[in-house]
Design a protein around this ligand. Structure first.
Ligand code: ADP
Ligand code: MG
Length: 410
């Protein structure tokens, strides 16, 4: 079975549709600093509203831990949604209960409202399936169908994403449909050469992805904080750079596997070594096998790949026909250490074929470095979800919508 999607034959006129989105936007003092996640679900919202559905938008925002917290109210999100939509989107002051049900009954066909932050109710993310089901059943007796358009949450069993689709008619929205389509092209039939670029800060988080990807990729490019564990596994001293010593043995394992499978592992040949972790830190570029040879010796820490590596990575990436990138090449938040990340982003824009950026920080990095979303084939809205998809893990929020992971070739 494949994903159940929105089709023209669906009759939604006058129906109450629960539209689960990922509107977990960054907030600074109640002001939305990036509305990308709201813009991302607008096509689905518009489509439903134009078909006469009575739309109940629902999302989480931050981590209120099951109690109402005023600074995590959905109010600014509802207001911004209304601006983008060009029609009113009132906030319903709750997640379930009598005042919510009467607000839903008052909706006319085409009307839109926003529920309060779903995580104000502890049952949304409860570990107890019975608690989640109880909340879902309350919603189910007041809505006719569920549409899930929040890709960032489909890897979680939560009441609005898993139990509710179980007890009502349920469909994937256009954003989820697009995410699945793009990620399936990566897992099933990538145009070759297929290159995966990994960086960021946590090796242990990403090792599972590496192992799952090795049999399908042609090249694996590694930079960022995670590269120092790889360099250490090759016997190089890395000073005070980020290092997960307990992962060295695992890294050795995947390096050997890559060798057996004929996968090229592309590693940096030079590193920008800084005297401290700060935007103003003094720094020198050193060969990757002599990282402690600078003025700060073994006290230095690697905060970016060097210019020679940036050129090497640029070539490896831009000549590929399919590229997936997760994790910045350096501490891009500091200008002085953003060059490697910028070079990789630039290379992705030059790929003739499919280029995909996944991961919260990676997406933020390309935008803050001045790139436009349109320069990439796809920017995944769900970091964790896209990695779990590529690892071939079970994604409950997709499976409940009829999707099955492709059968692995034997
Ligand atoms: P994503 O959110 O895209 O999956 P991660 O969360 O894994 O990415 O990693 C992002 C973080 O990694 C950034 O905050 C960045 O500063 C950090 N980082 C990248 N390179 C280094 C490095 N050499 N040393 C320390 N931190 C690094
Ligand atoms: Mg991150």
């Amino acid at each position: 079975m494949t994903l159940k999607t929105l089709t023209d034959t669906l009759d939604l006129d006058g129906r109450v549709v629960f539209l689960r989105v990922d509107a977990n936007v960054p907030l600074d003092d109640g002001v939305i600093t990036d509305d990308g996640r709201i813009r991302a679900f607008l096509p689905t919202l518009l489509w439903l509203s134009q078909r006469g559905a009575r739309v109940v938008l629902a999302s989480h925002l931050g981590r209120p831990e099951g109690v109402p917290v005023s600074h995590l109210s959905m109010a600014p999100v509802a207001a911004r949604t209304a601006e983008l939509l060009g029609s009113p989107v009132p906030l319903v002051p709750g997640v379930s209960g009598e005042s919510v049900w009467s607000a839903l009954e008052a909706l006319a066909p085409g009307d839109v409202c926003f529920l309060e932050n779903l995580r104000f109710d502890p049952r949304e993310t409860s570990k107890a399936a019975s608690a989640r089901l109880e909340l879902a059943m309350e919603w189910a007796s007041h809505v006719d169908a569920t549409v899930v358009d929040g890709f960032g949450v489909v890897h979680r069993k939560q009441a609005s994403v898993y139990e509710l689709p179980h007890v009502t008619d349920a469909f994937a929205g256009f954003l989820v449909e697009k995410e699945v389509e793009v990620l399936e092209r990566l897992t099933a039939r990538p145009d070759r050469p297929y290159t995966v670029v990994l960086g960021g800060s946590k090796v242990s988080d990403k090792l599972g992805v590496i192992e799952a990807l090795l049999p399908t990729v042609d090249q694996l490019v590694i930079g960022g904080g995670m590269v120092f564990t790889v360099l250490a596994a090759q016997g190089h001293a890395v000073g005070k750079s980020l290092l997960e010593s307990d992962q060295i043995v695992v890294v050795k394992g995947f390096l050997a596997l890559a060798g057996n499978l004929g996968v090229d592992i592309v590693l940096p040949t030079d590193i920008v070594m800084a005297e401290s972790f700060s935007p103003e830190a003094r720094h020198v570029t050193l060969p990757a096998d002599q990282l402690e040879s600078g003025p700060a010796g073994s006290e230095a820490l690697g905060l970016d790949i060097g210019p020679e590596s940036a050129a090497l990575f640029h070539n490896a990436i831009s000549q590929s026909h399919t590229v997936f990138w997760n994790g910045p090449m350096g501490v891009f938040e500091f200008d002085a250490f953003s060059h490697g990340t910028k070079a990789v982003a630039q290379a992705l824009t030059e790929v003739s074929g499919l280029s995909v950026v996944g991961g919260g920080d990676s997406a933020a990095a390309v935008r803050s470095l001045g790139f436009a979303d349109e320069q990439f084939g796809h920017i995944s809205t769900g970091g964790g979800a896209s990695l779990e998809f590529l690892e071939g893990k079970h994604l409950p929020g997709l499976e409940i919508l009829g999707w099955q992971p492709p059968v692995a070739p034997s």
